[in-house]
Write a new protein. Structure first.
Length: 201
């Protein structure tokens, strides 16, 4: 099939908890697809847990997890965001955001204690999350004449390509999901049928 185009993610939100010397660390894991979704969730968590001392986070997005960030939100550098990210990586996940909300208990934990707390609460949240396999690729809008309909549908059926938003009249259109490992072959076959292809985000 060529290059690997599937990866592991989580199918819904999950939660983890760690307590140490009066401090509570609530880890909230979310499935995400882009950084704008990350920003929305962070904003929402900060509002919901407005009385918490810190809202530390990390995320990885996409095949290979090439889009990522780790934030310490006022904790000592490297003591929060990186341990959270480390647990996402240990679980081999992507398209995942974990926010750990800390309620301070009055006793400082030191950097080793913080690393342990952020790592353990994140591991707890990810362990209880439902996992799912995702396929990297993109949706394409295909436009073609009615006469080309049988040929286009044969290509999509032969390659087992998911479809949505079909419209068949004099001019036909539909959206098809091209998984990464099949995209070049699919585009090549469709171009031979005189199909206009628009890449959707």
């Amino acid at each position: 099939m060529g290059a690997k185009d599937t990866y592991l993610s989580i199918s819904g939100p999950s939660e983890g908890l760690y307590k140490d010397n009066g401090s509570r660390f609530i880890a909230l894991a979310y499935p995400v697809e882009d950084e704008s979704e990350v920003r929305e969730i962070l904003c929402s968590v900060r509002k919901e847990y407005h009385d918490a001392r810190h809202h530390c986070y990390a995320y990885r997005i996409g095949l290979g997890g090439t889009v990522w960030k780790a934030g310490d939100d006022g904790e000592p550098a490297g003591s929060a965001g990186r341990p959270i990210l480390g647990q996402i990586d240990s679980a081999s996940l992507s398209d995942v955001l974990v926010v750990v909300v800390r309620y301070f208990g009055g006793i400082k934990l030191g950097i080793p204690g913080l690393i342990r707390a952020y790592r353990t609460s994140t591991a707890d949240a990810l362990q209880s999350a439902q996992k799912c396999e995702k396929t990297a690729g993109e949706w394409l809008r295909l436009s073609f004449g009615y006469g080309s309909l049988p040929a286009v549908m044969k290509v999509l059926k032969d390659m087992d390509i998911p479809q949505r938003r079909q419209s068949f009249s004099t001019e036909c259109s539909l959206e098809a999901f091209a998984r990464l490992s099949l995209e070049d072959t699919l585009l090549e076959r469709l171009r031979k049928i005189d199909t206009f292809i628009d890449h959707l985000k």
